[in-house]
Design a binder for this molecule. Structure first.
Ligand code: NAD
Ligand code: DAU
Length: 347
């Protein structure tokens, strides 16, 4: 098996690459990543010398490069994670999301079409998001049959790429599977997303910018549980199917932020209430989806997956990781990081 994993130097991709490299010594695993601001070889340093692993630095928007590596390595299957992944950035620069998430995905699909023909012994596995379903009211869950209703440039680009994956499956008979997952948290996440951003700001005594009224709801999943779900779907998922993946773990932002503040106070041995004082309500994110919550019963019933850690365990491990990896945090927040986040127009 020559397996191409894209975006493997990023947050979720690094956990997926590590899992596959360790669990499948008989697979040749190729990690294609352009090393954007969110890609970091430090995330996979421990497996960089593994015999079954090769890193390929490249851009999925470069179709000539993609043609060359597909010719050279004859990939049997693809797990596609490379993407622009941050909603706030998509509000600032939607075109970057169109380029990587839509056109980049089509570039990969085109290589699969050229190299695989109608041979069924392949798989294009697209890692997608629950954000394609839009926003829920105070009740209900996203099911696999929920209609697409994306509200941000990011989710519109992911919805579009999901449609192209299906279209290539129907038109060119590329075997595919898609998973739509909820909010991940854990080690290696770039400190622009809520949990690592707030950990970093608490460490630096900087304000914690809560968008709008803070009553927005997300369904949080520990990243290593997502990686295990991806392993299962890759090996046992049904072709042409979609599976929702979620943590059965809904939190209103402000409740999660208060929990995080309390845990940080304990771990940093600061007086109770110190971190909460940093909470600052600011202007809302435009197009902010009110609530996401996943019905993950299909993957649970059909493939036997469920999260292995509780939120309390996962959050505890996550905070410890950031506290123990100061150098990683300092490296990724050096340079233009501060200037960029200060300039976000709605912050
Ligand atoms: P991330 O931003 O941490 O990592 C993305 C990786 O893709 C980086 O290593 C980056 O260098 C690489 N990349 C970006 N553009 C590229 C290009 N043009 N060519 C090659 N490589 C490129 O993202 P993440 O949070 O790990 O998300 C991974 C995937 O999972 C994305 O497709 C995202 O939509 C999806 N997803 C994320 C979450 C979440 O909570 N983070 C939830 C559901 C789905
Ligand atoms: O649901 C899956 C999606 O989860 C993934 O597809 C995306 O790649 C990932 O970025 C994430 O999107 P969100 O927009 O939900 O994640 P984010 O961490 O940016 O925000 C989580 C919630 O916290 C959201 O309601 C916005 C809010 N927030 C976020 C930031 C960064 C704040 O209130 N303040 C902040 O500074």
């Amino acid at each position: 098996m020559n397996l191409l994993i894209t975006g493997g130097a990023g947050f979720i991709g690094s956990h997926v690459v590590r899992l596959f490299v360790k669990a499948y010594p008989n697979y040749s695993i190729y990690n294609l990543d352009k090393l954007s601001y969110a890609g970091n070889l430090e995330n996979i340093k421990d497996i960089e010398r593994a015999e079954n692993y090769t890193f390929l630095k490249g851009d999925i928007n470069d179709s000539t490069y993609l043609g060359a590596i597909f010719n050279k390595y004859k990939f049997d299957s693809v797990i596609h994670l490379a993407a622009e992944s941050h909603v706030d950035r998509s509000i600032e620069d939607p075109i970057a999301f169109v380029k990587t998430n839509i056109i980049g995905t089509i570039n990969l699909l085109d290589q699969c079409r050229k190299h695989w023909g109608d041979n069924k012994e392949h798989l294009f596995y697209h890692i997608s998001t629950d954000e394609v379903y839009g926003s829920l009211g105070s009740s209900g869950l996203f099911e696999e049959t929920t209609g697409y209703d994306p509200n941000s440039p990011y989710s519109a680009s992911k919805a579009s790429s999901d449609h192209f994956v299906r279209a290539y499956g129907e038109t060119y008979k590329i075997p595919y599977v898609i998973t739509n997952c909820s909010n991940n948290y854990g080690a290696n996440q770039f400190p622009e997303k809520l949990i690592p951003l707030f950990i970093n700001n608490i460490l630096n005594n900087e304000s914690l910018p809560v968008y709008g009224d803070g009553l927005y709801t997300r369904d949080w999943l520990f990243v290593e549980d997502h990686a295990l779900a991806i392993d299962l779907v890759f090996h046992k998922g049904k072709i042409k199917e979609t599976y929702n993946i979620g943590g059965f773990n809904e939190w209103k932002n402000i409740d999660l932020i208060r929990l995080l503040c309390n845990l940080m106070d304990q771990k940093l041995k600061r007086d109770e209430g110190t971190s909460e004082k940093l909470i600052t309500y600011i202007k809302d994110r435009p197009g902010h989806d009110r609530r996401y919550a996943i019905d993950a019963s299909k993957i649970n019933k059909e493939l036997g997956w469920k999260p292995s850690v509780t939120f309390e365990e996962g959050l505890d491990k996550t905070i410890d990781w950031y506290l123990n990896n100061n150098e990683w945090l300092n490296n990724v927040t050096s340079g233009i990081y501060k200037e960029y986040y200060g300039k976000m127009y709605f912050k």
